[in-house]
Design a protein around this ligand. Structure first.
Ligand code: DQQ
Length: 530
């Protein structure tokens, strides 16, 4: 469909057509990265949910494979919903996923590859004794979904966590198992946070305190913290907190009770949901995938014939400098797409001005930008915390300043990605309000606080891909994904600018900007499918 073809991304993963949502069961096997995803093969809206499947050797270039699982059994006939992969010590892979049954009850099902020696893992077998878990007493039949990757406790038993709720309290249950067929519900729950509602897509994973390498899911010890993440059904936001996991009783306790799961940090402050991590043994890293939903109308999605993309996979580690947040960063393989680059040194941006950055085509970019500030007056500025609320046109002495991306020459369309400081804190923001001339798309000002340490410049990395902007502040402490729908700032008309809307300071910016190639995301050769 040519009408909206410029909104199609060039290096973000998506199926060739129709609807996609959550990433499912990411894993690495025999040299191939596998991604599965919630997929409706019949339409560009949610429904008839199956597991789409694709493989890659670098998580950038992809080969689409035939659908891995379709809703064809009583225990999943209303949907093969979200799930996770676990590697057993003997090399077997088990996949646990939620099925919506013939009676629309949420149950957990077991599936496994028909042929482990097939690097593409084309065929999946659903265990005949499914379901392996049904909602326990006291849990609603529609509040029991999205099993995690399993981890082993000190008693040698496997554990899985499953999201749920009790009234408006979001909770995660824990089960133990030795065979993935029979399970015991632990008396204590992993964690609960009042007021956060249903927890979807729970994730629990270890991070090392010194911020190095990623860790396999069962690793634990004194030098390790645990991240607990829940996708909040009520707000459609992914929240996490850092804390300690106690294997003795399978509970998790946040480091800072005031910033608990759902009351503190978000994985991403933009358009982002249902994230899932996996351990990549090949590069000893933990990688997080996330779903970028559309913010256009359902009718436009149907007209386009497709909806949603996945983020560029990101490594995730604990930020050893702050100890209070994770760092997310695009996997290094994205760098293989880099073409020509342009550098700008010490570009001065006066208060209230915009400076074009002449780089040619600006639809596929990997941008690194550092900002230093220079006060204009001798009297000290005293400014209270302001946040992102008023957008990039809301001027004050100390900000905002940053980049305008996916902008046309006349700035009739633009998405500012920027810092907004006060004397007490700094916010990192993305302002979509002028991102598109299209009337029906939602246009939000996103953002949150970002720690900027005393020896640090303001720094951002921004991936631009036609209609997706992934923005990383201070090495990935705060991340914002923007889903925008330009109508003018497309193809050769897309530009990039520096801007400074502060009234009390000049900024000096240094940038390195790469143009990025498109990725190959190819259909499965059907003549080989028989
Ligand atoms: N999407 C899946 C559910 C999950 C939700 C269904 C999160 O398993 O809870 O498509 O987006």
């Amino acid at each position: 469909n040519a009408m909206f073809s410029w909104q199609r991304t060039a290096f973000h993963f998506q199926p060739e057509n129709n609807w996609m949502n959550d990433p499912n069961g990411p894993l690495y096997h025999k040299g191939w990265y596998h991604i599965f995803y919630q997929y409706n093969g019949e339409s560009a809206v949610w429904g008839n949910i199956s597991w789409g499947h694709a493989v890659s050797t670098d998580m950038i270039h992809w080969l689409h494979l035939p659908i891995a699982m379709v809703p064809d059994r009583w225990f999943d006939v209303n949907g093969v919903w979200t799930g996770s992969a676990t590697f057993l010590p003997d090399g077997n892979i088990v996949m646990l996923y939620t099925g919506a049954t013939n009676e629309n009850v949420q149950v957990q099902n077991l599936a496994y590859p028909a042929n482990l020696s097939d690097p593409l893992l084309l065929d999946w077998v659903k265990y005949d004794g499914n379901p392996v878990l049904v909602p326990p007493p006291g849990i609603g039949s529609k509040d029991f979904r999205d099993p995690t990757t399993a981890w082993i406790g000190p008693d040698g038993k496997w554990r899985i966590a499953i999201g749920s709720r009790v009234n408006t309290t979001g909770i995660s249950l824990v089960y133990t198992t030795t065979n993935f067929i029979t399970y015991d519900l632990k008396d204590q729950i992993l964690h609960a946070v009042p007021g956060t509602g249903m927890w979807e897509c729970v994730d629990l994973y270890p991070v090392s305190k010194n911020g190095s390498k990623g860790l396999d899911t069962s690793v634990n010890g004194p030098e390790i913290k645990h991240v607990l993440k829940a996708s909040l059904d009520d707000t459609k936001l992914d929240h996490y907190a850092i804390g300690t996991y106690y294997p003795e009783n399978d509970t998790w306790v946040p480091d800072n009770p005031a910033e608990d799961v759902g009351t503190g940090l978000q994985v991403d402050y933009g358009r982002y949901y249902a994230s899932k991590t996996f351990y990549d043994p090949h590069k000893e890293r933990r990688v997080v995938w996330g779903w970028i939903n559309e913010t256009d109308t359902e009718n436009d999605d149907l007209r386009k014939g497709w909806a949603s993309v996945q983020t560029i996979p990101r490594t995730v580690v604990l930020d050893s400098k702050t100890g209070t947040n994770v760092l997310q960063w695009p996997i290094e393989e994205i760098e293989t797409l880099r073409l020509n680059s342009t550098e700008f040194e010490g570009v001065v941006v006066e208060p209230g001005s915009v400076v074009p950055l002449d780089i040619g085509t600006a639809t596929q970019l990997d941008i690194f930008a550092d900002f230093e500030i220079e006060s204009l007056g001798s009297e000290s500025i005293n400014e209270k915390s302001v946040g992102c609320g008023g957008g990039s046109v809301d001027r004050s002495a100390l900000g905002p300043f940053g980049l305008l991306v996916i902008a046309d020459e006349t700035l009739s369309e633009q998405t500012p990605i920027y810092f907004r400081s006060s004397n007490s804190d700094t916010f990192f923001c993305a302002d979509e309000t002028r991102s598109s001339k299209a009337p029906d798309v939602s246009k939000v000002v996103y953002g949150s606080k970002v720690p900027v340490l005393s020896d640090e410049k303001f720094s951002m990395r921004v991936l631009v891909d036609h209609s997706i902007i992934e923005s990383f502040a201070q090495g990935g402490r705060t991340v914002i994904t923007s889903r925008v729908y330009p109508t003018k700032a497309i193809y050769g008309a897309a530009r990039i600018f520096l801007f400074n809307n502060a009234t009390g300071l000049k900024i000096k910016a240094s940038l390195k900007i790469w143009e990025l190639n498109s990725a190959f995301i190819r259909p499965f050769p059907m003549d080989q499918a028989q």
